[in-house]
Design a protein around this ligand. Structure first.
Ligand code: ADP
Ligand code: MG
Length: 682
């Protein structure tokens, strides 16, 4: 017997080269393999005779090879193998492309089980590239429900399936951690059964049940972890802030706060005077004025004699925050200190000195602030801007820094309330659902390819007025299969054939960090008229001069993502526009995009997105700051998630601190789940 933690190289036939391929999928151990779940299934249980085969209706059939397979080398890279097979009802011709290696296994006079579908042309009917295996071998590619796995170069579905099976045979799947009464109450399969059935379902219904169990399990573990974190935090004590008068701060603002901003600030005031560390998430759409809420929190911390740190996801954002907050706080005699990796050594040293001796009161930097050697005199409050890059993992790291500082997390990603409860179970949530008055709403339009000339003319018009424009493409490189617009190619096309006189810049995720930053900085300084980019610009700098966003193949993006992208414009005083292009004529798709054009309310859009696509997408994205969920890619439903959360909250309340083997096993799995996202649980 092997252990779950053993490397996959303990399996027969898995050497270093194979292991490197599996590593591409994040598979290193037997457990990773057993938890590499199928993304879909193909029902290959139907068995027909040759005469019963129908065009385009794939099925299995047993047939005997009637001649020796003949392979013709047509040209370089194209071999065609033909063979005829038959049963007592008829015969059928099989054609294989570039599969000589496979077809060498077909022996004249032998019987095999095939799986494929009939197709026909003027040359007659036949089957192209059917799967096949010997009737004596255990069913793998025929006569069963075949699991379809996420794959990578060099690993075929057959190889994946076989390797997973070897792991299952060698090693028991993860042990049961769900209490039996909960399993019974929610009709949840036992662990052993679920792990086997997810890879080897006997029916599609059984696969569904297995999936439900695994989603339930992962969410049970996840929310149990959040509940534990929350419970631990409420046990911690810190001196309550006594000086909570915000009036002098309000007096210094050049505008009146919105009601929503005031409510969030009141929440924070209450948290800070409670005597336990604050742990709050402020959610508000782009431009809703979260920075002011953060500033108010920092003000309170500083008035009570403690430092505050504001962490931004990028250096550019940190610089912007330091500049604007410096201006705000200077008249109040509060010192703001920037600390970023790219500052000169001497400047950094000086900054660190000021942070260590306490003369720096508000410190603004990137996440590096947390990890590097910076020593704070007395860190009372940590503010993390953009929750999406600041997840559970980093939240854990925090308590290590300073003595349990208050934590305020800001997110510009509106998340439906139901999901927020699940995702931020350890946080209190304030919502800023109101924009400051007098904002110009970005006008959004949906257009087809026939409008291309007008889009180009519009880009030119914006540029002529001295404004800048984003063009977002769904892909980085050209791909024949998807036919999606690729940023690299499109940037070149625009530059060469459409706007030779304008300056076009390119930005995508495959570029190096420094290179990306340089391009983005240059664009922010106005050095390019048009920035062609992939979704890497979703979280980025403020370019108030950008007034137009064109999103190519907009149907390829989720509504929430479109909303994030659109938030890149409309940040200055000029009217801004967002143009969605699509070549998709599907009525539902068009209706969805049209609805998006009608509203700029991020929460409404997020609710709609959740309704249309399910919660999977909210968890799937690597930048969510959440642990790497294994079942996220399995489409999951809100109901299972909510049930799992309720069940785990109730269980933790009763048994969270137990010393039973079950409670210990659960705590161990919690640690594992959070570590997998690069997380540290404290
Ligand atoms: P976000 O929520 O996206 O972080 P910001 O805090 O950057 O938004 O605010 C966007 C802009 O709105 C800033 O220029 C800020 O000064 C301004 N602002 C914030 N609150 C108000 C308000 N109550 N009235 C008018 N302008 C405001
Ligand atoms: Mg902001």
């Amino acid at each position: 017997m092997a252990k779950l933690s053993d490397p996959i190289t303990v399996l027969k036939g898995v050497g270093p080269a194979r292991a490197a391929q599996f590593a591409q999928l994040g598979i290193f151990t037997l457990e990773d393999l057993i938890c590499h779940f199928p993304r879909a299934y193909e029902d290959r249980t139907k068995l027909l005779t040759v005469s019963q085969l129908q065009v385009d209706e794939p099925a299995c059939f047993a047939a005997t090879v009637m001649n020796t397979p003949r392979t013709n080398h047509i040209r370089k890279g194209l071999d065609i193998t033909k063979v005829q097979v038959a049963d007592h009802t008829g015969k059928v011709n099989l054609t294989f492309f570039n599969q000589k290696f496979t077809t060498d296994q077909l022996r004249y006079g032998e019987r095999y089980i095939f799986y494929g579908s009939l197709s026909g042309d003027f040359m007659g009917y036949g089957i192209t590239s059917p799967s096949f295996e010997s009737p004596d071998s255990p069913p793998r590619v025929t006569r069963r429900i075949v699991p379809l796995y996420p794959l990578t170069a060099g690993i075929s579905n057959a190889v994946m399936s076989k390797t997973v099976d070897m792991a299952l045979a060698l090693c028991p799947p993860p042990e049961e951690i769900l209490p039996e009464d909960i399993r019974r109450e929610f009709g949840i399969l036992p662990a052993q059964e679920a792990y086997r059935a997810i890879h080897h379902p006997e029916t599609l219904a059984q696969a569904e049940l297995a999936k439900k169990r695994l989603i339930f399990e992962e969410f049970f573990i996840f929310s149990a972890g959040l509940s534990l974190m929350r419970a631990q935090r409420t046990l911690k004590k810190c001196p309550p802030y006594e000086n909570t008068d915000l009036a002098p701060f309000f007096a210094a603002l050049p505008f009146t706060l919105t009601g929503a901003q005031q409510r969030a600030m009141a929440d924070i005031q209450r948290d800070l005077s409670r005597g336990t560390p604050m742990n709050r998430l402020v959610q508000g759409d782009v431009g809703s004025g979260k920075t002011m809420v953060a500033a108010a929190a920092a003000y309170l911390s500083i008035q009570n004699g403690h430092q505050a740190a504001l962490m931004a996801p990028t250096e550019i954002l940190a610089e912007q925050h330091a500049a604007s907050l410096g201006k705000l706080f200077a008249p109040m005699g509060i010192s703001v200190q920037l600390l970023t990796g790219s500052m000169k050594a001497g400047e950094k040293k000086q900054a660190r000195q000021a942070i260590a001796d306490g003369s720096a009161q508000l410190i603004v930097g990137t996440h590096a602030l947390l990890t590097d050697t910076t020593v704070f005199a007395d860190l009372g409050l940590v503010i993390a801007d953009e929750q999406h890059r600041f997840g559970v993992a980093q939240r854990g790291k925090l308590s290590a820094k300073g003595s349990d500082p208050h934590l305020l997390v800001m997110s510009a990603t509106p998340i439906p309330r139901t999901l927020a409860l699940l995702m931020y179970g350890d946080l209190e949530v304030s919502v800023i659902n109101e924009l400051p008055p007098g904002r110009q709403q970005t006008q959004t339009f949906l257009v087809g390819e026939n409008m291309r000339a007008r889009i180009n003319a519009f880009i030119r018009k914006q540029a002529a007025e001295g404004h800048q424009c984003f063009v977002v493409c769904p892909a980085v490189e050209e791909n024949q299969e998807t036919g999606l617009k690729a940023a690299t190619v499109w940037a070149e096309t625009l530059q060469r054939t459409v706007f030779p006189d304008l300056k076009i810049a390119l930005l995508h995720g495959q570029m190096k960090g420094a290179e990306k930053e340089a391009v983005m900085n240059g664009f922010a300084r106005g050095e390019a008229d048009v920035l062609v980019a992939t979704t890497v610009i979703e979280v980025g700098v403020d370019v108030p001069n950008a007034t137009l966003m064109v999103i190519e193949d907009a149907d390829r993006f989720g509504l929430s993502q479109l909303h994030q992208l659109r938030g890149r414009v409309g940040r200055g005083s000029a009217q801004s526009y967002c143009i969605l292009t699509t070549r998709n004529r599907n009525a539902d798709t068009v209706a969805r995009l049209k609805a998006f054009c009608q509203t700029t309310d991020g929460f409404k859009i997020a609710e709609e997105d959740l309704r249309l696509r399910g919660p999977g997408d909210f968890f799937g994205s690597r930048q969510s700051g959440l642990p790497a969920f294994r079942v996220a890619s399995l489409s999951c439903d809100m109901q299972t998630l909510t049930l799992a959360q309720q069940a785990s909250a109730a269980w933790i309340d009763l048994h969270g601190a137990d010393d039973t083997p079950q409670a210990q096993a659960l705590r161990e799995r919690i640690g594992k789940l959070f570590r997998r996202g690069g997380a540290v649980m404290n």
